[in-house]
Write a protein that binds this ligand. Structure first.
Ligand SMILES: [Zn+2]
Length: 60
């Protein structure tokens, strides 16, 4: 059980959703965008759309 919780909150191998700030698992995320040759992952279509509208705003 403790291992399960550790896994759940582990940020290992995860990417940050630059729009809302939560950690996203690239292996399970369906929402991603490529910008300047790098892939960014998002928790939802909403965050992806926000990023796509103005990627530079989120990369500062
Ligand atoms: Zn998000």
């Amino acid at each position: 059980m403790i291992d399960f919780i550790k896994k759940l909150f582990s940020q290992e191998g995860k990417e940050k959703d630059l729009v809302c700030g939560m950690m996203v698992d690239p292996k399970t995320s369906q929402f991603n965008s490529t910008f300047q040759g790098k892939i960014y992952y998002f928790c939802s279509e909403h965050c992806k759309n926000q990023f796509d509208k103005n990627p530079e705003d989120y990369l500062k």
